[in-house]
Write a protein that binds this ligand. Structure first.
Ligand code: GDP
Ligand code: IMO
Ligand code: MG
Length: 438
């Protein structure tokens, strides 16, 4: 039965793709359960870079069962392009299974995403403009098109008409766009359906069977806890729940089927798009970390905002997810800084200090980090493979994180390559340790 959920414990881009790929080697299946191609998950192997958007990060192992669950929103153009590109690069994608119940991103979702942002003007969220929000909105409004609909022309057409009806006014500026022509849209999406047909399946049953057979399953999250539509920095969030509970809903299993929940965090913090970011760095130091860490979006290429590690937010993410383990990535990026700042409290508008993540939007928007300083280290960490090889200051930094958050650090990233990791002593108590010993 062993199953591990991998989630982002910050604002996304923590290195979920890399960790999932690593664990997938000894696992039987990888399942995406929410989000869509707003995600960009990077895997670096033997100097080759792979940027995955919809494909689960197990796809690089030939024939590995990779599931796109019912909770994901799928742009079939992006998915077919991604499949084609992987095949072109010699990847066997035969293990891909796509939920027939997953919702489909339509051309009008992309238009509405862009138009919605334009309307918000200076208040815009900074979405990836991939149509994610409008697609989830249609799902909730029960006007969504699902993967199974792409295999039946009559049903598809009927559902498109029904979905377009209430959007007439907001789509008026796009009325002449050929992409909105009913016949064209139906034909295009039927074509995607045919191309994907061999992969479409009852994935819920598939996941049940895997778990019943005692297979090791990885549930791969997208985005991160602070972008959660219920618990994140609303309205500056994504339109799904990137927390562990969604692994159940987005794949069709119950909470008891989850054994471990790993939160991935960078050794500092980043955020793409607008919204509160209490530990954001201004000026040169932020610039330095952005350059060193290559902090530019995998999906949109936008420069990521950079900040110090926010332990208040991380502890909040640990609670929201019931984290059983932490993986700290990009520790190498901090080398050469004399002093590191970690945020252990916030200061509010009136000067009040607090040590919990504020639930109130106004409070949150005025919160700034209060820091403790810890010594940095000079050494390059790229070649370290054991805790003992890390400088004492780096070990102390990791210990401070796990002490504050109350969750053990099991894995540390010291570079983008899949071999650039350190398994800590605490990893011995995880499922992965058994798997690694298999
Ligand atoms: P994801 O969305 O959570 O999968 O993360 P992204 O792939 O969007 O962003 C993480 C970036 O950091 C990628 O470019 C990774 O190759 C890179 N990365 C992951 N782990 C490490 C690490 O330990 N050190 C360094 N320097 N880079 C890392
Ligand atoms: P991965 O899986 C970082 C952010 C966008 C924006 C907000 C809403 O690679 O960690 P959306 O297009 O989802 O409606 O945009 O969420 N966002 C991400 N930020 N990593 C991601 O994915 C993200 N997916 C969405 O920048 O602020
Ligand atoms: Mg990413």
């Amino acid at each position: 039965m062993p199953s591990i959920v991998i989630v982002g414990a910050q604002w996304g881009d923590e290195g979920k793709g890399k960790i999932t790929d690593l664990l997938a080697e000894r696992s039987d299946a990888v399942i995406r359960f929410q989000g869509g191609n707003n995600a960009g998950h990077t895997i670096v192997r033997d100097g080759q870079v792979w940027k995955l958007h919809l494909m689960p990060s197990g796809i690089l192992y030939p024939g590995k069962t990779c599931v796109i669950g019912n909770g994901v929103v799928i742009d079939p153009k992006v998915l077919t392009d991604e499949l084609e590109e992987l095949r072109r690069r010699g990847v066997d994608t035969g293990g891909l299974r796509i939920s027939a119940n997953a919702h489909v991103i339509m051309p009008y979702h992309l238009m509405l995403d862009t138009a919605g942002e334009a309307r918000l003007g200076s208040l815009q969220i900074g979405t990836t403009r991939r149509g994610i929000g409008p697609c989830y909105a249609d799902k909730a409004a029960r006007l969504g098109i699902r993967v199974q609909d792409l295999l039946d022309e009559k049903i598809l057409k009927k559902k498109i008409v029904a979905a377009l009806e209430p959007k007439r006014l907001s789509l008026r500026p796009f009325a002449k766009d050929p992409k909105l022509d009913l016949q064209t849209m139906t034909e295009d999406y039927m074509t995607y359906g045919h191309r994907l047909e061999q992969h479409i399946a009852d994935t819920t049953r598939l996941v049940w069977d895997l778990l019943e057979d005692g297979r090791q399953v990885i549930f791969e999250g997208a985005q991160g806890a602070l972008l959660d539509i219920d618990h994140g920095t609303y309205p500056f969030v994504t339109s799904s729940n990137p927390i562990a509970a969604a692994a159940c809903i987005g794949s069709g299993v119950g909470p008891k089927d989850i054994d471990e929940i790993w939160g991935i965090t960078k050794a500092y913090a980043t955020r793409v798009g607008a919204g509160p970011f209490p530990t954001e760095m201004e000026g040169e130091q932020g610039e330095l970390l952005r350059e060193r860490g290559g902090e530019f979006g995998t999906t949109t290429g936008r420069a990521r905002r950079v900040g110090w590690l926010d332990l208040v937010a991380l502890r909040y993410a640990a609670k929201l997810n019931s984290l059983t383990a932490l993986a700290v990535t990009k520790l190498d990026v901090l080398s050469g800084l004399e002093e590191l700042y970690v945020c252990t409290r916030y200061r509010g508008a009136e000067g009040a200090e607090f040590d919990v993540f504020p639930y109130h939007q106004t409070v949150l928007h005025h919160a700034t980090g209060e820091y403790e300083t810890v010594p940095g280290w000079e050494e390059d960490l790229g070649e370290c493979r054991t805790e003992a090889e890390l400088p004492q200051a780096a070990r102390d930094y990791l210990a401070a994180i796990s002490d504050f958050v109350g969750v053990p650090v099991v894995l540390v990233g010291v570079g983008p390559g899949r071999e650039q990791v350190i398994w800590t002593e605490a990893a011995q108590h995880t499922i992965a340790a058994n798997a690694l010993a298999r």
